[in-house]
Ligand binder design. Structure first.
Ligand SMILES: C[S@@+](CC[C@H](N)C(=O)[O-])C[C@H]1O[C@@H](n2cnc3c(N)ncnc32)[C@H](O)[C@@H]1O
Length: 284
């Protein structure tokens, strides 16, 4: 049988794309995979900010900056100016991308360079707390280790760093891929993974399936390797991620936050099958 979750796929492309060139994910895959923002998604964030009267916004993993830029723009258009709009980023390519976008859009958004593990230390330093911090696009899952317990502990420590930067009664919006669903695909042959890892919509990453094929090529309960193939350019890349299961995320958040809402793909999916699971949590 043609199993997908076998060790070669940790580091190698699948046979069909064996001649593709490996590229850096951030610059080679992400821009096309990200595509643009979708108005209804941006409005979803804008509404959370407005309904709770929040004014100090921080994007904890800004990437190319598209979401943050669009959120600020929409709120301004709606006559709801924010007091502070800032971003955290560790990756130099992303810092350049987001800086270019903000300057093109004439937006004065400060980017702090920091590894989450070092927070609140950053360059330039943070000078105040926030009442709405968000981390979208499956990012916390970069943190983890060799056992489920270790991963939980490491992620808990990062969430704790975030918590200290958020005011009491402020909010954290955070998501992860639906690893419970991904895990349910473990042990399936490759063609079944392809068949099951399809959705009739995309969220956040609007180049998904159009330009870039994505699927979990290696699945264990402690590590998931997502493969990204650009068939036009004949390039590929991968991300090695530490799964966050839904029960674990609830536990990880509960130390400093009270979970107010859980969404599956902005309401389009279910707990059993969705691309992402999104949590809106209030700081205790
Ligand atoms: C999958 S990308 C998502 C980017 C963006 N939020 C989006 O949705 O397009 C993951 C983000 O997390 C950031 N990140 C990952 N590990 C990090 C760490 N240890 N410290 C700070 N940022 C980190 C990456 O640099 C990147 O911005």
């Amino acid at each position: 049988m043609d199993f997908v979750n076998t060790l070669p796929y940790i580091s190698n492309p699948i046979e069909e794309f064996g001649d593709f060139t490996f590229v850096e994910w951030e610059t080679g895959i992400y821009p096309k995979f990200k595509g643009g923002t979708k108005l209804e998604e941006i409005k979803f964030f804008a509404q959370i900010i407005q309904t709770h009267g929040l004014k100090k916004v921080l994007d904890l993993g800004v990437g190319s900056g598209l979401e943050l830029s669009h959120i600020q723009k929409i709120l301004k258009e709606e006559g709801y100016p924010l007091e502070h709009v800032e971003a955290n980023e560790v990756d130099d390519s992303f810092i350049t991308m987001s800086q270019e976008l903000f300057s093109k859009e004439g937006q004065d958004i400060q980017i702090h360079k920091a590894n989450w593990l070092d927070l609140p230390k950053a360059t330039p330093p943070y000078t105040h707390n926030f009442d709405f911090a968000f981390l979208t696009g499956n990012s916390l899952t970069y943190i983890g280790g060799g056992t489920r317990e270790y991963t939980k502990k490491a992620q808990k420590s990062v969430i704790s760093k975030f918590a200290h930067m958020i005011d009491k009664d402020g909010y954290l919006f955070i998501d992860s891929r639906n690893y419970d669903y991904i895990k349910s695909l473990m042990n399936l042959p490759k063609q079944d993974i392809f068949k099951n890892f399809t959705f009739d919509y995309a969220i956040y990453y609007h180049g998904f399936q159009d330009g870039i094929i994505v699927f979990p090529a290696y699945i264990s309960d402690t590590a998931v390797v997502l493969h990204y193939y650009d068939k036009e350019e004949k390039i590929w890349s991968k991300l090695d991620l530490y799964p966050i299961y839904q029960d674990d995320m609830k536990e990880v958040l509960s130390e400093h936050f009270e979970i107010q809402d859980i969404y599956y793909d902005f309401g389009k999916g279910t707990a059993e099958k969705s691309l992402f699971v999104q949590y809106l949590a209030k700081k205790k």
